[in-house]
Design a protein around this ligand. Structure first.
Ligand code: AMP
Length: 573
């Protein structure tokens, strides 16, 4: 296993020339190593060079400019009257996000940061500007208002960052940007970041930047075939709802064994704790743990005592793990290579696997860069709905109760049912018992959180309108006409195909093993799997008609609980 010590992490950022206080701040935030754009941009920026960075959100570009520029602001000390650094961004959300990141990084240097954007009252902004700040992160329109009122003075500006320049131009801020730049000293350092570099951006760069360092991230194509054959899906989720979204996807996919990748250690710890609290068998793995701690976690994971490994890229590097059905990217990886690395863990030895990425709306460009680099498609799907989730949970409860009935040994509960049946109908008694079993069985019995549907920004908008593959949620059978039968009466529901699998209870097969194996091997969505029956020697699983052939084909070479299995349509030989 690759070992990364805390010291190596510190050296990673420290070697770029960053102040020890900033390096400490990054360690506390859980960053393990610089991203490519940080590695390339930080040294020339610390030297005072101008820079053009072609990079999308999700590459770590904010820290790439924020860290060196905060350091330069701090080095200039108290001499300046007014802000030293102006960061222009296209939207209010980005102004808040960038200001918050700069505040977190710069706290250790005592740097003050103020976001300034339209739609907010002038009063508080004026008071803060009056008191004095080191860094202003502003949308161009509001910045210009303050400049015209005299409340934002730019004589002391030592550096300007134009962040997401292409979006600022698309939003019609070209003239405002020109006007703002003309108010700043010619001696300033100028940085321009943009996901694309159309001629209009190149013209701005020619006019306002001097001999800039040029950095391009994510443009290169990886060698053909370097990305494995894996079903790749992304869900676009607002940042605030990512945890709920992950929980929902985990419940629907029911992975047998999976890795969830995060960017930061702190995120790994939080996620492992939250998911464990919700009943998942989750453990953390990151570079801040000792070698022994990591070995212990890996041993448990390999032995099947842990279902979900929550890991940073650094900690999971070099790990060889068999039989993973799913890889989840809690964030979009900062470069296509790390994406390929991550998803390669489920594409082993000709097996198909599932890679699921949660992307924030702004990160869609990074997804496109990954698609271009790998020449593979990442399908953007709608998150499973609360109804999908409820249906799946009911199905798991139904399958568990059925198992209990078939296992027998229920006689000592008879007294409970009999005494209650004097007072209530047996159906009512059964319903109440199911309710209790359902609550106890689910990984989480809280009301699922509403997650607003959002479209990815720009190009992917149309694609996000598509319903998920199969277009149909997983369903539970509703046997509402009598006591449970050994098998559901009649065939599967319309649009579903029932498959026979020659392994069942005696082989230790559980419902989650079947869902995990089918989605993992066939590369289909959890929503495409419906009702499940497990008998002693075989299992029956309903899948949507559209994917039935894929499942039969993929499962031919698959193993379930270590055994080779046979899968066919029920009734066929
Ligand atoms: P950005 O591309 O600037 O929008 O950054 C995307 C996300 O990556 C932010 O949530 C950062 O906190 C995170 N991030 C930036 N640099 C690193 C790093 N070196 N290690 C881990 N996470 C990072």
């Amino acid at each position: 296993m690759a070992v990364t010590t805390v010291e190596q992490v510190v050296v990673g950022f420290g070697a770029l020339g960053l102040d020890a206080r900033l390096v400490e701040a990054l360690k506390a935030l859980g960053y393990e190593e610089p991203t490519p754009i940080q590695r390339e941009a930080i040294p020339p920026l610390l030297e005072g060079r101008d820079l053009i960075g072609q990079a999308a959100t999700g590459t770590g570009k904010t820290a790439a400019f924020a860290l060196p520029m905060l350091q330069r602001v701090a080095e200039q000390g108290e001499e300046r009257q007014g802000p030293s650094l102006l960061v222009l961004v296209p939207t209010r959300e980005l102004a808040m996000q960038v200001a918050e990141a700069m505040h977190r990084y710069g706290r250790s240097l005592g740097t003050s940061v103020l976001p300034v954007y339209g739609g907010q009252a002038y009063g508080p902004q004026l008071r803060r500007l009056e008191r004095g700040v080191d860094v202003v992160v502003a949308t161009p329109g509001r910045a210009l208002d303050h400049i015209r009122r005299g409340s934002l003075r730019l004589e002391s500006i030592a550096a300007v960052v134009l962040d997401e320049a292409d979006e600022m131009l698309d939003m019609g801020f070209a003239e405002d940007i020109e006007a703002i730049l003309s108010e700043t000293p010619d001696t300033r350092q100028t940085l321009l970041f943009s996901a694309t570099l159309p001629p209009r951006i190149a013209a701005i760069a020619r006019r306002h930047l001097t001999d800039p360092t040029k950095i391009k991230i994510g443009g290169e194509r990886l060698p053909a075939g370097s990305a494995p054959r894996v079903r790749q899906t992304a869900y676009i989720v607002p940042r605030a709802h990512k945890l709920a979204a992950l929980g929902r996807v985990l419940d629907i996919e029911a992975p047998g064994s999976a890795i969830v990748f995060c960017r930061r250690r702190t995120e790994v710890d939080e996620l492992a704790e939250t998911l464990s609290g919700r009943g998942y068998g989750a453990e953390a793995l990151h570079g801040g743990m000792t070698q022994e701690q990591r070995s212990r976690v890996m041993k448990r994971f390999r032995a099947g005592g842990v279902d979900l490994l929550i890991a940073t890229d650094v900690a999971a590097r070099g790990l060889d793990i068999e039989h993973l059905s799913h890889v989840f990217n809690y964030d979009v990886p900062c470069e296509p290579e790390s994406y390929v690395h991550r998803i390669g863990r489920v594409g082993r030895a000709g097996r198909e696997g599932v890679a699921i990425t949660l992307a924030e709306p702004r990160e869609h460009r990074q997804l496109l860069a990954i698609e271009r680099a790998t020449r593979q498609k990442i399908e953007i799907s709608r998150l499973p709905t609360i109804a999908d989730l409820r249906a799946r949970k009911l199905e798991i409860t139904r399958a568990a109760i059925r198992e209990a009935i078939l296992a027998g040994d229920l006689d000592h509960f008879r007294v409970v049912v009999e005494s209650l049946s004097d007072e209530f109908d047996v159906m009512q008694v059964a319903l109440a018992a199911v309710k209790l079993a359902h609550r106890a069985d689910g990984p989480d019995d809280t009301e699922p959180e509403e997650i607003p549907e959002v479209a990815p920004r720009g190009e992917r908008e149309r694609e996000s309108e598509r319903p998920p593959r199969g277009g149909r949620p997983a369903r539970a059978y509703q046997d509402d006409d009598g006591p449970p039968r050994r098998r559901p009466k009649g065939g599967p529901r319309g649009g579903m195909t029932r498959l026979f699998i020659n392994a069942g209870r005696e082989a230790g097969v559980r419902p989650q093993d079947l869902v995990g194996a089918i989605t993992g091997e066939a590369g289909i969505a959890g929503q495409d799997v419906g009702a499940i029956e497990i008998a002693d020697r075989f299992s029956l699983v309903d899948v949507t008609d559209e994917v039935a052939n894929d499942v039969i084909h993929a499962m031919r070479s698959a193993k379930l609980k270590g055994r080779k299995i046979k899968v066919r349509r029920e009734g066929e030989r």
